[in-house]
Design a protein around this ligand. Sequence first.
Ligand code: ATP
Length: 142
Amino acid sequence: MATIQLQVVSPERLVCDKEIAMLIVRSTGGELGILPRHAPLVTGLIPHAMRIKLDGQEEQLMAVAGGLMEVTPKKITVLVSAAEEPEQIDVNRAQAAYARAKQRIEAFKQAPTQHEDIDIDRAEAALARAKARLIATRTSFN
Ligand code: ATP
């Protein structure tokens, strides 16, 4: 089976370095599936749960915050501000971050002029990171 090397790097550590069969990511331009021998590419990544296929069947999830992905025919480098494998995620913390961001966004939408202190872009980004972590741990939210 053909494989491609996946390296995921955060400011703190090398989160993952392994041979995989396929990576499915959400880029700034939409969803992308990366197979071995993919054409060279550099793109932005938005916060989401990446899908890593190790072989025909098994699929692993990994939460990533925003960043960049570089693809060459033999290697994928994902350079993100944070990344966690499901077992590294503190679900309670992600749920708290989700609730906090949701509450800020709702308050801002209800009365924008009364909430000029709320940075809506920051709240939306925090919500997206929390959602990525909850999806990666298969935790339901709404
Ligand atoms: P919080 O508001 O809970 O800090 P955040 O989305 O603002 O969440 P980030 O700035 O994306 O957090 O990440 C800061 C650091 O904390 C990174 O090293 C990241 O891997 C880690 N981290 C954030 N949330 C979690 C979590 N729920 N479980 C494990 N590690 C986490």
